[in-house]
Design a protein around this ligand. Sequence first.
Ligand code: NDP
Length: 297
Amino acid sequence: MMILDGKVIANSIYEQLRCEVEYLRQQGVVPHIALLLVGDNPASLTYVRAKSRACERVGIRSTVLHLPAETSEEEVLWHIQQWNVDPTVHGILVQLPLPTHIDSERVILSIDPLKDVDGFHPVNIGRMLIGLPSFVPCTPAGIIELLRRYDVSVRGKHVVVVGRSLIVGKPVANLLLQKAPWADAIVTVCHSATANLRQYTRSADVLIVAVGRAEFITADDVREGAVVIDVGINRVPDDTSPNGYRIVGDVAFASVAPKVSAITPVPGGVGPMTIAMLLRNTVNAANGQAWRKHLFQ
Ligand code: NDP
C-alpha cells in the first residue's frame, strides 16, 4: 500500500514556486494575494493563517483583511472592488463560509475572474467545463496533481466521487471527465440521495470522498486494491490532544489502508495540495497567465 503524501509533493511544488517568484521579483513583479476573512469561524481562521504562511514561504506577498462578523455585504463588495482595480493585487480569495447575512454568490461574482485564484467565479467554472484555460478550484486541482505526481492514471478507470459540492465534488468530477492525458476517466458522482452507496463505492478503481463526515467510508465500502482520496477534514473530540480535538478524514484510515493500493492520509494528503495549488494559481496570475491552458503537464 502506498501513501499519497500531499505534504511531500506540496513541498516540492513550493520549491519550484520559490524559483518562479524569485524570477518575477527580479522583473519587478511581487506576486500578491489578498485574503478576506469575515467573522471568527475557528476553522476559517486556521485556513487563512495556513494560506498566508504558505505564501510567505515562497515569497508571495499576502494581505489578510479580517473583518468583524457584522460587516455589511456592501462593505465586503467595496473591498473586493478596491482589490479588483489594484494592479499590485494579482489574486483575491474570500474565505468561505461567509456570515449568513452576506450573499456569497454575489460576493464571488464581484471578483474579477482574472484574479479569482480560488476558481469559484462562474466564468472560471464555465471555462473549466468547456475545457478552456481557467483558474481551476484548488482542491480538485490538488487531487489531480497528487494522482499525476504518483503516476496514478485514471484513464479508462472508474472514478467514484462521493459528494457534489461546488468546491470539491462537482469540479473534480468534471475535470476527470475531460479529454486529457491526466483525466479520461469514467466518472460516477454520488450524494445524499444515492441509495445503496456501497454498490457504487465498491465498484470504484479510484474513490474520492468529500462528504464531511468523520470516518464515513469503512473497509467494507472499498474494493481491494482501489486508490482512495480522502478530502474530508473533520474535528473529533480528543481529550489527549492539547486543543481537545484531532483531525480525521471522511475515510476510516486504519481499516481501509490495508485493503487498498494507495490512499491519502488526513492530515497530510489533500489539504497541503489545496494550498499548493492556491499558490500555483497566484503565481500564474502574477505571471499574466491567469488562464493557462495546461495546469497539469
Ligand atoms: P459539502 O457539505 O458542501 O458537501 C458534502 C457532500 O456530501 C454533499 O454533496 C452531500 O450530498 C454529500 N453527502 C452528505 N451525506 C451523504 C451521504 N450519506 N451519502 C452520500 N453523500 C453524502 O462539503 P464540501 O464538499 O465542502 O467538503 C467535504 C469535506 O471536505 C469536508 O470535511 C470539508 O472540510 C473537506 N474539505 C477539505 C478540503 C481540503 O483542502 N482538504 C477543501 C474543501 C473541503 P447533497 O449534495 O445531496 O447534500
